[in-house]
Design a protein around this ligand. Structure first.
Ligand code: FPP
Length: 234
C-alpha cells in the first residue's frame, strides 16, 4: 500500500459555488471556510496523514478586487483568532508557508500567534499556504543558499536536492497527493518543488461542497494508484 504522509489541497470554486446559488462571492468564501474546518478535523483523525497543506491565498490573489481581498483577510484573522482553542483538543499544529509582504502587520501577527500557540501540538500539521507562490519559495530558498555561499558557510558541492529542501519555508515531507477542487486542471504555482512525485486528483465539486465523503473517496482513489517514482514495478 502506498504511503500517504502529505496531502495538499488547492481550495478552489468558492466563487462559482456562490454564483450558482445567486449569492455574492464572500458567501462562497464563508461557506468554504466552514468546510475547511470540517476537512481539517476529519483529516486529523486519519492516522496515516501527517501533513495537510491548504492553498488558501496565492501571491496572485492580491490582484482581486480590494473588497474581496479585504473580506478574505478579515475572515483569515477571525478564523485564526478562534482556532487555537479548537485545535488544542485535537492536538493540531498550524504552520504557514508564504511571504510576509504585502500582508498587513495585523494579519501577519494573527498567523504568528496561531503558530506559537500550537507549536507543541503533536497531531496533524496543517500548513496554510497564504500569500504563497511556488516560484517565490524556490527563489527565497536560493537566496538563503547564495548568502551562505557568500559567507563561506557552505561550498558549492554542499548544494544537493536534500540540502535545497531544508531551505524551503518549512521542513515537510514531499507531497504525496494533490487534490484540486472545482474541476480546474492546473497547478497554479503550488508547492512546485514539493510535488515532484505527487499523484494528482482533479475533482469536480466546488470546495464548499467537498465534504468528508468526498475527501474519503479521494483518499481511497489514492490508495489504488501505483506509484513508481521513475522505477519499474517489481
Ligand atoms: C478559491 O475559490 C478560494 C480562495 C482564493 C480562498 C480560499 C479561502 C477559503 C477556503 C476560506 C477562508 C479560509 C480560512 C482559513 C478562513 P475562488 O474564489 O478562486 O473560486 P472561483 O474560482 O470559483 O471564483
Amino acid at each position: 500500500m502506498e504511503k500517504l504522509r502529505h496531502v495538499a489541497i488547492i481550495v478552489d470554486g468558492n466563487g462559482r459555488w456562490a454564483k450558482k446559488r445567486g449569492k455574492i462571492r464572500s458567501e462562497g468564501h464563508l461557506a468554504g471556510s466552514k468546510m475547511l474546518e470540517r476537512i481539517i478535523l476529519h483529516a486529523s483523525r486519519k492516522t496515516d496523514i501527517e501533513v495537510l497543506s491548504l492553498y488558501v491565498f496565492s501571491t496572485e490573489n492580491f490582484k482581486r478586487s480590494k473588497d474581496e481581498v479585504d473580506y478574505l483577510m478579515n475572515l483569515f484573522m477571525k478564523w485564526f483568532s478562534v482556532s487555537s482553542k479548537k485545535y488544542k483538543k485535537d492536538d493540531i499544529k498550524i504552520i504557514f508557508s508564504g511571504r510576509k509582504e504585502p500582508l498587513s502587520d495585523e494579519v501577519y501577527s494573527s498567523m504568528k500567534k496561531l503558530e506559537e500557540r500550537t507549536k507543541d501540538h503533536k497531531g496533524l500539521i496543517v500548513n496554510f499556504c497564504l500569500n504563497y507562490g511556488g516560484r517565490a519559495e524556490i527563489v527565497d530558498a536560493s537566496k538563503k543558499i547564495a548568502n551562505e555561499l557568500k559567507e563561506g558557510l557552505i561550498e558549492e558541492k554542499d548544494i544537493t536536492e536534500e540540502y535545497f529542501s531544508t531551505k524551503l519555508y518549512n521542513k515537510l515531507p514531499d507531497v504525496d497527493y494533490v487534490i484540486r477542487t472545482s474541476g480546474e486542471q492546473r497547478i497554479s504555482n503550488f508547492l512546485l518543488w514539493e510535488i515532484s512525485y505527487a499523484e494528482f486528483l482533479f475533482t469536480p465539486e466546488y470546495f464548499p461542497d467537498f465534504d468528508e465523503k468526498c475527501f474519503d473517496r479521494a483518499i481511497e482513489e489514492y490508495y489504488n494508484r501505483d506509484r513508481r517514482f521513475g522505477n519499474v514495478k517489481k
